[in-house]
Design a binder for this molecule. Structure first.
Ligand code: GMT
Length: 379
């Protein structure tokens, strides 16, 4: 198939899923065209079968805001027509689903039928999408996509609750490539952060408010009093600076390592011991899944789709959002019981079966075929 993929190029989960999906599809022989304003972060080398198309929005003194949507729609029409795409898959509804709708109408006026699949990732529904400034367009563009997928049952239900949805939404989970994310410890790298008798608690995110990173620091301050631990904070975003300042005030700089955005997240997860994700909301929690693939038990909140990924008492432990006392208790429970740690670590790796890249690639391929067939019948 010739597949167009539209996504945000940043380190956010939706861009990661879109990129890994495109790479996987290209490796199976499909021709994949990425369309975005910048090359996706994980597309960090040449892959046979993948072409990247950059969207350039022309600046003009009249525009206070450059009309990215118009430039993206024009680029989509260009790629759809000239590359003769079979399907267009857009990740994150805003603004990609409505722009794809416009591009589909324009392509139709030129005699080309192009079905659209929209994948909902989370905040495009739960935080941003249902804001009145976007909601009518989000609802319309979901209802006018040829196919719609959501990354968890939670997100499917949330979408149906927030909007008047007429389409059937297919749940296709996030996935992980276990050849890349695996439990192989690089001791030299580990020693950059911790002594051999210390444990490493790790967090990866874009440090937005909803990730509740201050809960992690609050918990860490208590945990380190009772257990030899270090904290590794990967990623960047608005909450990083205040947290670093807090660490300086509390003289924690030697124990808390902020390493910023990293390409080799897999290597850093593999040298760590427990993954923390206390989010206020999380439609799936791809970062937790990647940590599980590296054999890390996960201590997370029970928000959104997290319980579909992290099973309480099996792959890790869950707490209510904002319940830092329980978060501390959970860290100490796992850190002090090596049998429990080992059981959860191997359960985490075993649970991956339903989140394997090959299973999910096949689910998307089948969904594309179904969507193309249905759209041909309706023409
Ligand atoms: O929250 C992020 O880290 C970014 C965000 C995005 O859309 O880029 O992630 C969302 O999509 C991921 C991939 O499907 C999910 O694993 C995350 O749970 C989801 N984030 C939220 O729902 C907050």
């Amino acid at each position: 198939m010739k597949i167009g993929i539209v996504c945000y190029p940043t380190y956010g989960g939706s861009g990661v899923v879109a990129t890994e999906l495109g790479i996987g599809l290209a490796q199976k022989g499909h021709k994949v065209h990425f369309i975005s304003y910048k090359k996706p972060a994980r597309l960090n080398r040449y892959y046979q079968g993948i072409v990247f198309h950059e969207v350039n929005s022309m600046e003009y003194p009249l525009f206070e805001h450059t009309p990215y949507e118009t430039a993206l729609a024009s680029k989509l029409v260009d790629v759809i027509m000239n590359e003769n795409l079979d399907i267009l898959h857009v990740h994150y509804a805003i603004p990609h689903a409505s722009v794809a709708y416009l591009a589909r109408q324009i392509a139709a006026s030129k005699g080309k039928n192009i079905p659209i699949v929209t994948t909902l990732h989370g905040t495009d529904i739960t935080l941003v999408g249902n804001d009145p400034s976007y909601a009518p367009v989000v609802e319309f563009s979901i209802n006018h996509s040829n196919g719609v997928t959501a990354v968890s049952n939670f997100l499917k239900e949330a979408t149906e609750q927030h909007f008047n949805i007429k389409n059937d939404i297919r749940v296709i989970y996030n996935f992980v490539d276990t050849n890349k994310f695996k439990a192989t410890k690089d001791l030299e790298l580990r020693r950059c952060f911790a002594k051999d008798d210390e444990k490493i608690l790790v967090h990866v995110s874009n440090f937005r408010k909803l990730k509740r990173v201050p809960d992690i620091l609050e918990a860490f301050k208590e945990v380190r009093k009772q257990s030899n631990t270090k904290l590794l904070m990967i990623g960047d975003g608005p909450e990083r600076k205040p947290l670093e300042e807090q660490c300086r005030r509390d003289h924690l700089c030697t124990d808390v390592h902020f390493v910023g955005k990293q390409d080799a997240v897999n290597q850093l997860l593999a040298i760590s011991d427990i993954f923390l994700l206390p989010s206020a909301n999380e439609s799936f929690g791809l970062a937790a899944l990647e940590a599980m693939a590296c054999g890390l038990p996960v201590i997370s909140s029970n928000a959104g789709g997290l319980p579909e990924v992290n099973t309480h008492g099996i792959t890790g432990l869950l707490h209510d959002v904002g319940d830092v006392d329980t978060l501390i208790k959970h860290c100490l429970t796992i850190l002090s019981d090596s049998d429990l740690y080992n059981t959860m670590s191997s359960n985490a790796k075993e649970k991956l079966d339903s989140f394997q890249i090959n299973t999910v690639l096949e689910a998307y391929e089948n969904y594309y075929k179904e969507t193309i067939e249905a759209s041909l019948q309706s023409v």
